[in-house]
Design a protein around this ligand. Sequence first.
Ligand SMILES: [Zn+2]
Length: 42
Amino acid sequence: MLGKCDKCGMKNVEVKSIKKENSEEQITLCNQCRPADGAYGY
Ligand SMILES: [Zn+2]
């Protein structure tokens, strides 16, 4: 879907809502900020 990335703040980019590891929080990330393998970790 198109939306705003929570990490880099870019708007109108292809984003996906991802559930943070070890948390119930959801974060919206663009393709750039999202790791290619789908894993998400700080
Ligand atoms: Zn981003």
